[in-house]
Design a protein. Structure first.
Length: 123
């Protein structure tokens, strides 16, 4: 018969394998942050640049299913919960997409364009 220690180890290993343990830890960190953040001072107004940057990061986090990290980012940054329209972001940042980049966060296009531009200057 398995001991309590063996059972605990087996449960922990199974939860880790399924990704549940990491998700629970991330959710707990997010909730602790939200509790602590409720008592912090008022933030200064968001600048247009910070709003755009935070929106790009939020899109990236959502795409990669970092939902608790995205929740903490939204809470900590004071960013409105309403997401900015992707077309608006593309226009503001002069991002041109193709068929490949249309399905990924804009950060991928921005970084890809930067790398291509840099390689062109290094040649």
């Amino acid at each position: 018969m398995a001991s309590i220690s063996d059972l605990n180890s087996a449960v922990k290993e199974t939860l880790e394998h399924r990704g549940v343990l990491q998700e629970v830890k991330a959710r707990l960190r997010a909730e602790v942050f939200h509790v602590l953040n409720d008592h912090q001072e008022q933030r200064p107004p968001l600048t247009n640049e910070n709003i755009l940057i935070t929106e790009l990061i939020r899109e990236y986090l959502d795409f990669n299913n970092y939902k608790y990290t995205a929740s903490v980012l939204q809470s900590e940054s004071g960013q409105p919960t309403q997401k900015l329209d992707r077309e608006f972001l593309k226009q503001e940042l002069n991002v041109v997409e193709d068929a490949e980049t249309g399905s990924v966060p804009l950060l991928y296009s921005i970084i890809g364009n930067y790398i291509s531009h840099r390689k062109g200057h290094d040649a």
